[in-house]
Design a protein around this ligand. Structure first.
Ligand code: 2M8
Length: 445
């Protein structure tokens, strides 16, 4: 049987077609109507198996949102009247570097672009690939250079994030524990005491389509909104933001993805015969080295850390496995992460990988990035495991992800024990990752 006859190929292609808005794919109808940065990257990785030109368009359409200083925003908003409120909430135009012909958010997302460009290129002939890489190279260089300029102001190696949404794992325990510990503004604490959840629910849009227990908790959402308003007040200017010591964390997942993206950038540039700036290369090496500062010998794990104090934020989450994806850690440290993947009290569930280890107090079976299984994070971990030679573990994640969608369809996330579908239905990156997984599985044989 050809892969194209597999029901997953057919059904997942349908999901991507339904969410196709022409030059980009919305993550899900109604709940996520705009273009998101890392979504489009994961989507292109799946789309390349269906239509390589459409996969290229998915990525080139991100270019219109890039800021003049190189920043790639997490969201590029749709133009129609009904979406004006969201763009007005962000007001990207307050910053002089915002693009001239697109309305965007004022924050970024994990730099998956190099990986997506590279994967799409892998399915091309060498001459085609060179042309493709040449087209995308300046965008990736400018993006990575911006990350160093704006997000590593002390040239320490790691890049910082200023909003939980920048990590893509919105309510992950790392960020929520910091919100609770330090940043919950007094007005939100007041509302919490008054117990006005019911009233807030009336104005909240995401819970109109998804049960409230599957989304970010009400007061966490308010705190994220408050953080966004504070960033807007500073016109998304990093100097002003850091002067006022707003929320800033060197997020583990983000930095691991950045390290991998840097090594792919070197590859892409070499294929084009372009020599990268030596200062940029030095900074890339420093980032990979600095990742080791996030290792905690007491618990044998990597964590995110506070940008200002350098305190490790020791709340475990799936981010702790992403140093495998970075690909620069030692074999010994990789082995200790693999132990957790195999451990039935951490990540080894019937439908792995839970986004929070099941033994953690933070683990919630239904709640967004605080427990359920997501296919994009499975893709990242499986990719890392393969590169460290853990084929059995990688194949296990791939096979069980395939089993998951065969059983439950293409939801945004899933219960890690029962495979119960959670979040939005017909979610684009779930479909895209499922397609890529069936191709990977066919190569295992
Ligand atoms: C979720 O994030 C958005 C905000 O950016 C939201 O909560 O509304 C996250 O899962 C994020 O990773 C994803 O890119 C986005 C769209 O799928 O949704």
């Amino acid at each position: 049987m050809s892969i194209k006859d597999d029901l997953i190929f057919k059904d997942a292609s349908k999901v991507l077609k339904t969410n196709d808005l022409g030059s980009y794919t919305q993550p899900a109808d109604r709940l996520y109507p705009h273009q998101w940065l890392w979504d489009s990257c994961f989507i292109a990785i799946g789309l390349r198996h269906i239509d390589i030109e459409r996969a290229q368009t998915e990525l080139t359409s991100l270019l219109r949102g890039q800021w003049h200083n190189g920043m790639m925003p997490d969201m590029i908003f749709r133009d129609e009247l009904q979406y004006r409120a969201t763009r007005d909430q962000w007001r990207s135009w307050l910053n002089p570097y915002a693009p001239d012909h697109a309305f965007t958010s004022g924050i970024t997302q994990p730099p998956m672009l190099a990986e997506a460009v590279y994967r799409v290129g892998k399915l091309m002939t060498l001459p085609e690939r060179r042309l493709w890489f040449k087209k995308m190279l300046p965008t990736i260089i400018n993006f990575h250079q911006w990350l160093y300029n704006d997000r590593d102001p002390h040239k320490e190696g790691l890049v910082l994030q200023i909003h939980p949404w920048e990590t893509g794992m919105d309510n992950s325990p790392t960020w929520m524990s910091e919100l609770h510990g330090h940043l919950m503004p007094f007005w939100i604490r007041g509302l919490e005491k008054l117990k006005v959840d019911g009233l807030i629910k009336l104005v909240r849009t995401d819970t109109k389509t998804i049960p409230v227990n599957q989304r970010t908790a009400i007061y966490d959402s308010l705190a994220m909104y408050d953080t966004q308003l504070r960033l807007r007040r500073k016109a998304y200017d990093i100097n002003k933001i850091l002067d006022h010591s707003l929320f800033s964390i060197e997020d583990l997942a983000y930095n691991c993805i950045f390290i991998r993206a840097n090594s792919l950038l070197i590859d892409i540039a070499a294929t084009c015969g372009v020599k990268l700036d030596s200062e940029l290369i030095k900074r890339m090496h420093k980032t990979a080295k600095a990742l080791e500062e996030l290792w905690d010998p007491l618990t044998n794990q990597y964590y995110s850390r506070d940008f200002v104090t350098h305190r490790l934020i020791k709340t475990p989450s799936l981010a702790g496995l992403l140093p495998l994806y970075a690909g620069t850690i030692s074999k010994e440290r990789a082995a200790s992460l693999v132990e957790q993947i195999n451990n039935e009290h951490s990540y080894n569930t019937p439908y792995p990988l839970p986004t929070v280890p099941i033994s953690s107090d933070w683990y919630k079976p239904d709640n967004y990035w605080q427990g359920p299984t997501w296919l994009n994070s499975n893709w990242l971990v499986a990719n890392g495991l393969n590169r460290y030679g853990y084929k059995k573990e990688a194949n296990n994640i791939i096979d069980r992800s395939i089993k998951l969608v065969r059983k439950s369809g293409y939801n945004e996330y899933f219960d890690t024990y029962s495979a119960k579908p959670l979040g939005a239905a017909n979610f684009s990156w779930t479909a895209a990752m499922a397609i890529d997984f069936i191709y990977q599985a066919s190569r295992q044989k």
